[in-house]
Each structure stands twice: as structure tokens, then as C-alpha cells.
Write a protein that binds this ligand. Structure first.
Ligand code: ADP
Ligand code: MG
Length: 848
């Protein structure tokens, strides 16, 4: 702090305390004290810079100094008479703000003050130069003090406390200050309250409530604020209220003094005006996180400024020196003046910037702790009388004033957050935000619901479309498939009939007819297959589409979850359908395989036109298959490759009876080719076929299975495998139960093949193979009989071979099993294949 600038006096520390000698007057700096005081301290209303501190009792402050004015009382009537021949002890130079104190006729001392007020100074002027800057400060939120110091009868009360009821121009500083304060506060937001106290013999009395005695002073250890919670605080709304209060206070003061048998001049009168004003802090603007264009303006901080104006009409200063002179005991007098002398000591300490200021020494200094010097704006008016008789008092008063001028202060504003009003405002804002939030939430919820609904509609629409398309497709496939099956069955029957009457066929095979029709069929099935592939592709695309739609479906909480479940279900259905379609495709391919196979047969049959009977071979009813090894097996092989053996075998276990039967048919046809037999057996086809034979009641399946086993039984290794896996038993059981000649033909064919294996003779017979074979002759159907005969011939051949090799001796087991009568009986059968097989059997038997 540039303390020098604000120090009292002439700018030099030495001269500050010392009166300016008249001879030294040329040394007096011409600059007025006004210029040395910060602008805030001597300017008109509103001009005081308003320092805002961020918190109550902030560290920012306005440096300043206690301002001191001297006021001379005019001679009173008594003095005019008594001192008529004497000049006044002081001479004022108000324009220079100087006061000359005459020591004698030729010597005087000059003192400089902030204001020098002559005996002609009006009350208004006194107020304006002494109190107004302080009052303005108080209105701005600073604490302020105006004190009157001087000898009794010099005009302290006149200056401070005159009510001016008859003559408004006579109104003193108290009334004028209140007028100014009341004129500047707003009744809605601000409040002004007043306490009026008397300090006498270190006891504080409430002048507004005389019963309220010995009020204690409370100091806030944090802020240093001094308060009198025990004192009466009266809210003041207008001047009338205040005048009433002052009158009451004055009356109580007189009464109290009468009671105490003292004079008002022995006590200090203290008027405390508490001003509470609401102000708004700076607005904080916080950029919104989401919206950069809009700003969320925090409401300005509501602040409350609390300030205090203390007007002190001090006890007469003469008491310090003249104690006891009025009849009081010395100690009592000391007590009376304790506060005043303590004030003097404090002012001295403050003036000298002493580290220790004895504020705690008296009630007055404790009371003025936050209002004199320090952080408050302070004005002191020292009153003097003109009488040379009181020169001593006058001198001491002047010196008191001079010392006070050196007291520096640092104004601090007292600002507090108005938490109540802030909380009210925030609550209102919060309510608004809550309402807004609720509105937005509703809009959001509606939107979510709408999207959910839309998504559900879309999903169900897709599901509907898809299910419809799928069903259509399925029906179409089914129908096409049924048709193909029908055609194939017709074709098969036709073929079988042709096999039965090869002579007729030879006549018909002229390059047109059935051959070309099969080619057409193959082409048709190929077309079907292509269509099927195309449909499968479409189905796959649809599935993908659904999957991607599922992925696009907005996540909509629980609704979304159920949608996803639905879609997953649809997807699972889809996968099932796809599997079914695939199965159907395999079946179609199998059918095509079969057709191709039949076409091959037909082609070969036509090729052999006029030559040997295609089905007349002695070895097997499936001997044609062997021929095909040398023929056009490419389409069959190609299809076989396309579908894959494993898939076909897997279909043997399909739940769908249709699928099973077709799979068996395909396996049977494949098994007709030697090249495939090994692979079928390796892939477990033989085992699957035997299982089927065991577990299925369906005659159709058994028939085809038996056919397939018959085909596989052409190979020696397979024959052994069939035996090991209990095939002969199964075939025997099937033989005994079957009614259908076709089934019997296949079973007989299979056993006949087994009969041709030398190693299996014993087992075959012991497990009832021969009996089963002979038993099938009951059917009488030539194809069956032919196979029975072939079996007997094969068996007889092996027996005779064994006999020739010396492995076997004794009678033929065929004879033991009663085959001979049947052989003899059928030796002249109409069917040449039967006849031929029987002839062969008889031949071997004879050899044996
Ligand atoms: P104090 O309070 O200092 O003891 P008072 O204010 O009671 O002195 O004044 C004593 C007397 O002098 C009163 O009658 C008062 O009217 C008168 N008086 C004081 N100052 C002036 C003044 N400036 N002009 C006229 N009369 C004054
Ligand atoms: Mg007085």
C-alpha cells in the first residue's frame, strides 16, 4: 500500500504529528487532502468505486484514511460577554483547510485538516463534507463510522444528534444520514434497522429499551464482525419511524442519566444503522455441452451486502483531564473515561502503524473494532469552542484530530451470498427443467413406441411374406416331387414288365418309344433339379435378407428383444425348411440318378437289339449292372459325385418314409455297380441296410433293401460281411414274412448269391438259409422260382466242388433239407431260366 500518499500531514512523517509552524507555512503543500484521498472517499453518490469481493470479507479493498474535520462553535452568550476583550484562541483558514491555534498574541501553531468548518458552517455543509461520503460508502456495502470528539459544550450533539424538528436546516448528521439511506434503499429488497445505545462506565445500555442493560459485544472470530445481538434492532421504513426512535432514545438517555445522577456528556451515544441490500452478482454463462449455439445462463448470483453505519457522539473529551472535578471519585472517573482514553490509545497505535492496537481495552474500542479505521470508512469531526479559556482542551482536541488523520484504513466490502434467494431461484429453475425434461421424455417415449410398432409391423410383414412364399414353394416342390415319384414308379413298373417279356421288347426296341421317353424324363428331372437349385438360392437370399433386416431392426428395449426372438424363431424355421429343401433336392437328384440308371439300362437294352437277352444271365437278376460297367455310366457317376454317398446314406435314417425309401432305392441302384459296392460298404452302407431290414415293417423298404443287399452280395468279401452281421438271419425272417413276389425275388436273389460262396456253406445251411430259400418257392412266381433255382444250383456247385476237393463227403445237405422233390418237380418248368438253373443243380448234385 502506498501509505505515504495517504498519510496525514504535509507528506512528511515528521510534520504530520507536529503542528505546522506559522513560519513554516510556506512549506505547506498547496495540494488539498481531497486529492490525497482516493477518489472514492470524497465524491458524490454513486461515484465511489464499488469493489466486489468474491466472498464475504474478500481481500480486495479501497485504501484510505480516517478523514478528520474540525468544527468551531460560535461564541455563546456567556463567552461573548466573558471573553469580550479576548480574541478567539483559534483562527480558521477554511480555504486552506488550516487552523491556527494561538499560543499568545504573537505566536500560533497551524494545523491542517481534511475540512475546516467555521462557526458559520451550515449543518448541511457539515453533513456533506463529513458524513455524506461515509453514508455513500455504507450504501455501497462498506462499514462506516462518523464520530464527534470534543470538549463538552463544543457542539458534538449539535453536530450529530439535532433533530431539527422546528427548523429543518438544523438537522444533524444522524437525521440527514438516515434520510439519505432511506432515500437510496429499495423497500422490496433492502432493509434498514437501527439500534441506539449508550455506553457509560463500560456498560452498554439499550436506549430503545432501557430495561436492556449491560449488553455484551459479540465478535465473529472469522470475519471480525462486531455485533450486539442483545440490543434492540428496530426496522426503519421512513423518516418518521426514525425520528420517533431518536426521540425515544433521547428521552431514555435523559431518564437514564437522571437515574444514574450523571450528565449525557459523560456517556457515549452510539447510533448503529444496519443496512442490508440485495445485489446481483455477475452472470455466469456456461456453454451447453450439446448445443454450441445456445447457452445456458446461470442466474446471477444473488448477493446480500451487509453494512453498518456507526454514529458516535462521544463523551466530553475534557473528562480525561478533569476527571473527578465534578464530584466523582477518581476511579469512577477513570472508568467513565476508560473508553475515550482507550480510543485515543488505539488511534495513536494505528497512527503509528504499531503492531499492537489495544482494541480490547475498552467497550468502545471493541465496539468500533470493525467500524473505525481498518476496513471501514471513517470520518471524525472534532468540535472546538473559541474561548481562550479552554485553550488547553482545544489544543488536546486538535491534536487528537491530527493523530486520527494518520489512521489508515482499507475498506472492505461485506458481501454474502444470499443463499435463501439463490436456493429459491434455483428451485424455480429446477422445477422448470424437471417439467421440460418430463416433456422431452414423453416425446422420446412416444417416438420409441412408434419405432417399435413400425419395426414389429415390418418384421411381421416380412415374416408373413416369407412364410407365404415358403409355403408356396414347399407345396410346389412337394407336388413336383410327387409327380416325379409317380412317373418313376410308372416307369419302374413298365421296366419290370419289359424285363418279364423281353421278346416283346426286342420287337419294340427300334430307336423310338421308351428310350426317347426316358431321355425326356431325364431332361425334365434335370430341369426340375435346376429349378430346385434356383429355388434354394432364392430361399438362401431370403434368409440373408431376413438376417440383415433383423440386424437393422432398431434396438428398442424389451420390445426389440421379443422381436429378435421372433426373428430367431423365423430363422430357425427357415433353416429347417432349408434342410428339408436340401433333402428334397437330394431325393430329386437320387431320382435323377435312378432315372439315368434306368435310361442307361434302356439304352443298353436297345443297343443289344436282337442279340442276347439282357436279363437272361444265369449269374444274377442284377447281372445287367455288370454290363453297365462297360457302358455309359458317366451320368450316373456324375450324379453320384454330385450328391455324395454320405448324404445318400444319411438319408437312409431320415424320418420321412418317402425320403428313406428313395434313399434305399438309390443305394440299391448304386450297389448294382461293382465300382460303387466297395465304397458303399466302406461308408457303412451295408450295415445301414441290414439295420433297415431289421427295423422296418414297411414291405417296400424291405424289398428295396433286400435288392440292395442282393447287389452287394455279388462280391465275395461282402458276402462274408453279410454273414458276419447276421444278414442270413434277417433275410430268412424277411423271406418267411414277405408276401410280395418282388420282395421274395430280391431276398431269394440275395440268398442265391450267398449260396455261391464256398466258405459260407455250413453257416448258410445251419442258420436256415437253405430252408428259407426253398420256403420262398411257395410263392410260385417265376422270377422268384428262378432265383430259388439259381441259389440251389449255386449251393450244389459249391458242394460238388468241395466233394471233388475232398473237403466234403456224404450226402448233399440240399437233399437233407428236402430240396430234391422241389428240384424234380420244377425240372420241367415252363420258364427257361428256372429250367436252366435246375438242370445245373441236378448236374452238380449228380457230380456230388
Ligand atoms: P456538546 O454535545 O459537545 O456537549 P452541545 O451540542 O450540547 O455540546 O452544544 C452546546 C451548546 O452550544 C448548545 O446550546 C448548542 O445549541 C450550541 N451550539 C453548539 N454548536 C453550535 C453551532 N455550531 N452553532 C450554534 N450553536 C451551537
Ligand atoms: Mg452532547
Amino acid at each position: 500500500m502506498a501509505s505515504n500518499v495517504y498519510r496525514n500531514g504535509t507528506g512528511s512523517h515528521k510534520g504530520a504529528m507536529r503542528p505546522l509552524a506559522a513560519s513554516n507555512s510556506s512549506n505547506v503543500k498547496s495540494s488539498s487532502f481531497k486529492s490525497r484521498i482516493p477518489p472514492s472517499s470524497n465524491h458524490s453518490p454513486g461515484s465511489a468505486p464499488l469493489r466486489r469481493s468474491n466472498s464475504a470479507g474478500g481481500s480486495d479493498g479501497v485504501p484510505g484514511r480516517v478523514r478528520v474535520a474540525v468544527r468551531l462553535r460560535p461564541r455563546n452568550a456567556e463567552e461573548s460577554v466573558a471573553d469580550a476583550d479576548f480574541a478567539d484562541c483559534v483562527e480558521l483558514q477554511p480555504e486552506l483547510k488550516r487552523l491556527k491555534l494561538r499560543k499568545n498574541n504573537w505566536d500560533s501553531e497551524t494545523y491542517e485538516f481534511d475540512e475546516v468548518l467555521t462557526e458559520f458552517a451550515s449543518q448541511k455543509r457539515v453533513y456533506e463534507v463529513v458524513a455524506k461520503p461515509v453514508v455513500e460508502s455504507v450504501l455501497d456495502g462498506y462499514n462506516g463510522t462518523v464520530m464527534a470528539y470534543g470538549q463538552t459544550g463544543t457542539g458534538k450533539t449539535f453536530t450529530l444528534g439535532r433533530l431539527g424538528e422546528e427548523d429543518t436546516s438544523a438537522r444533524g448528521i444522524m437525521v440527514r444520514s438516515m434520510e439519505e439511506i432511506l432515500a437510496n434503499v429499495s423497500p422490496e429488497t433492502d432493509s434498514v434497522s437501527v439500534s441506539y445505545l449508550q455506553l457509560y462506565m463500560e456498560s452498554i445500555q439499550d436506549l430503545l429499551d432501557p430495561a436492556n442493560d449491560n449488553i455484551s459485544i459479540v465478535e465473529d472470530p472469522k470475519t471480525g464482525d462486531v455485533s450486539l445481538p442483545g440490543a434492540t434492532h428496530v426496522e426503519v421504513r421512513d423518516e418518521r419511524d426514525f425520528m420517533e426512535l431518536l426521540r425515544t432514545g433521547e428521552a431514555h438517555r435523559i431518564a437514564a442519566n437522571t437515574k444514574l445522577n450523571t450528565e449525557s456528556s459523560r456517556s457515549h451515544a452510539i447510533l448503529m444503522v444496519h443496512v442490508k441490500r440485495s445485489v446481483l452478482g455477475a452472470e455466469d454463462v456456461i456453454p451447453s455441452e450439446t448445443d454450441k449455439s445456445s447457452h445456458f445462463a446461470k442466474p446471477p448470483k444473488p448477493l446480500v451486502r451487509k453494512s453498518k453505519l456507526v454514529l458516535v457522539d462521544l463523551a466530553g473529551s475534557e473528562r480525561v483531564h478533569k476527571s473527578g472535578s465534578e464530584g466523582h471519585m477518581l476511579e469512577e472517573a477513570k472508568s467513565i473515561n476508560l473508553s475515550l482514553s482507550a480510543l485515543g490509545k488505539c488511534i495513536n497505535a494505528l497512527a503509528e502503524n504499531s503492531a499492537h492496537v489495544p482494541v480490547r481495552d475498552s467497550k468502545l474500542t471493541r465496539l468500533l473494532r470493525d467500524s473505525f479505521g481498518g476496513t471501514a470508512r471513517t470520518s471524525l469531526i472534532v468540535t472546538i469552542g473559541p474561548s481562550p479559556r479552554h485553550r488547553g482542551e482545544t489544543t488536546s482536541t486538535i491534536l487528537f484530530g491530527q493523530r486520527a488523520m494518520k489512521v489508515e484504513n482499507m475498506l472492505r466490502i461485506k458481501e454474502e451470498f444470499d443463499y435463501k434467494s439463490l436456493s429459491r431461484k434455483l428451485e424455480i429453475q429446477l422445477d422448470k427443467l424437471i417439467a421440460e425434461n418430463e416433456r422431452q421424455q414423453k416425446v422420446f417415449d412416444d417416438e420409441v413406441e412408434r419405432i417399435n410398432l413400425e419395426a414389429l409391423n415390418r418384421v411381421s410383414e416380412v415374416e408373413r411374406n416369407f412364410a407365404g412364399a415358403l409355403e408356396k414353394e414347399r407345396l410346389k416342390c412337394q407336388m413336383e416331387y410327387m409327380e416325379s415319384v409317380k412317373k418313376l414308379e410308372e416307369k419302374m413298373i413298365e421296366n419290370q414288365q419289359k424285363q418279364g417279356c423281353d421278346g416283346v421288347m426286342q420287337d419294340k426296341c427300334n430307336g423310338e418309344g421308351p428310350g426317347s421317353s426316358i431321355v425326356e424324363d431325364v431332361a425334365e428331372v434335370k430341369k426340375l433339379l435346376e429349378k430346385e437349385i434356383h429355388m434354394r438360392k432364392e430361399a438362401q437370399e431370403e434368409v440373408n435378407k431376413l438376417k440383415s433386416q433383423l440386424g437393422q431392426c432398431p434396438d428398442s428395449g424389451e420390445g426389440g428383444g421379443s422381436e429378435i426372438l421372433k426373428l430367431q424363431k423365423a430363422l430357425a424355421d427357415e433353416v429347417r425348411q432349408k434342410k428339408k429343401l436340401e433333402e428334397e433336392m437330394i431325393i430329386l437328384r437320387s431320382q435323377m440318378l435312378q432315372l439315368t440308371f434306368e435310361a442307361d439300362q434302356m439304352r443298353r437294352c436297345l443297343g443289344r437289339n436282337g442279340s442276347a437277352n439282357a436279363y437272361g444271365g444265369l449269374d444274377s437278376p442284377m447281372s445287367q449292372v455288370r454290363d453297365s460297367l462297360n457302358g455309359h455310366k458317366t451320368p450316373v457317376a456324375a450324379l453320384f459325385e454330385q450328391v455324395g454317398l454320405q448324404k445318400i446314406l444319411a438319408l437312409l435314417e431320415s424320418e420321412d418314409a418317402n425320403v428313406r425309401i428313395h434313399a434305399v432305392k438309390v443305394v440299391a441302384n448304386l450297389a448294382a455297380e461293382e465300382a460303387n459296392q466297395e465304397r458303399i460298404v466302406e461308408a457303412g452302407g451295408l450295415t445301414s441296410l441290414l439295420v433297415l431290414l431289421r427295423s422296418y415293417e414297411d414291405e417296400n423298404i424291405r424289398r428295396v433293401v433286400a435288392g440292395a443287399i442282393a447287389n452287394l452280395a455279388m462280391n465275395e468279401t461282402n458276402q462274408e460281411l453279410i454273414m458276419i452281421q447276421g444278414g442270413i438271419n434277417l433275410l430268412s425272417v424277411t423271406a418267411s414274412r414277405a408276401e410280395d413276389p418282388q420282395t421274395l425275388r430280391m431276398v431269394a436273389g440275395a440268398i442265391a448269391n450267398l449260396c455261391g460262396n464256398d466258405k459260407l456253406q455250413t453257416k448258410l445251411r445251419s442258420e436256415g438259409g437253405i430252408k428259407a430259400l426253398l420256403g420262398m418257392a411257395r410263392c410260385g412266381q417265376p422270377d422268384v422260382l428262378s432265383q430259388v433255382a439259381r441259389g440251389i444250383a449255386n449251393f450244389a456247385k459249391c458242394e460238388s466242388r468241395a466233394s471233388t476237393n475232398g473237403i466234403k463227403s456224404g450226402r448233399s445237405v440240399l437233399i437233407d433239407d428236402g430240396a430234391l422233390p422241389w428240384i424234380v418237380q420244377n425240372a420241367n418248368n415252363d420258364s427257361s431260366p428256372i429250367r436252366r438253373h435246375i438242370e445245373l443243380a441236378l448236374c452238380h448234385l449228380a457230380q456230388h
